[in-house]
Ligand binder design. Sequence first.
Ligand code: ADP
Ligand code: MG
Length: 340
Amino acid sequence: PAPAPRRPIRELPDELISQIAAGEVVERPASVVRELVDNALDSGARQINIKLMGGGVRAIVVEDDGCGIPAEELPLALKRHATSKIRNLDELESVATMGFRGEALAAISSVAEMALSSRCEGAQHAFRLDARSGELVPAARSQGTSVEVRELFFNTPARRKFLKSEGTELAHCLEAVRRHALARPDVGFTIWHEGKLVEQLRPTQVESRLADVLGAEFLRDSRPVYAEAGPLRVYGRAGLPEAARGRADMQYVYVNGRYVRDKLIAHGVRSAYEDVLHGQRQPSYVLFIDIAPDRVDVNVHPTKIEVRFRDGRELHQQARYAVQDALAVSRSAEAAASPE
Ligand code: ADP
Ligand code: MG
């Protein structure tokens, strides 16, 4: 076919810019859950309640008891590239919060109905902002923030078509909360679906949170990992080879408290199992890697699930040795207990 005649360059309308940007951040209800729980954790919440309808497609409500947002800043919270978390490049390079791009609420509000209710410390009452109408009215709630997201992708039908069944979307939402919950045992979580309590995680210690989320068997069939090399720390638990699974569905890696998917680390861990695990069996593990913030770039991907390391090779080795040590200790302890 003949090429279409050239059309003049135009700036896109703001709404469309947001919808395009939303494509990178909001893929499905679980992405919304992840972003809203990130925000709740950044606000210093001790308790986070997640209420879902229709697998999160019809509604997602996330309530926290964090610092809240002052009424006059509520409209800003919805603006693109507006954030309270960083102010300059220095702060970006040492960022300790989950968020910093100021994109999530803007993105979500461009592809769903959204309302924010919040009350900050010392305020007489809460305020509620409706994203669509911009209406700001007094509301009732204790200190903290509730974000309501309804009818995800109602205005982007092409996206909505990519959603899976309610059950599948719900499962992804639950997994998103689990990822946060493993790293933050000090925070309580509840998850509700269609008004029924699906999961309740009380604030506790690391090990009992692992058992609450992954099952008591994970704790029984795994060994503690701990390795330190200067400012780099690798710790958590590595599953015994005998407890390996058919699927890689229990592999959690956190870098400075942020859940990440990283091929290099995964490969390092897998190689610790190379002599003891055969075929396609997949080890279970939860590993926390603490690293100087200037050794890792979290600003690689809008969802921050991928990060880039300055010393990737070293990290690969450290992950491997840390897990190898954990497994070796467990084998020599067993040998000592049952000498043949
Ligand atoms: P980011 O988290 O990258 O800053 P968001 O779009 O997720 O961007 O949020 C924008 C701003 O709204 C945040 O910087 C924060 O000041 C405020 N905010 C959002 N959610 C909450 C919350 N649950 N509690 C307190 N403040 C919040
Ligand atoms: Mg955020």
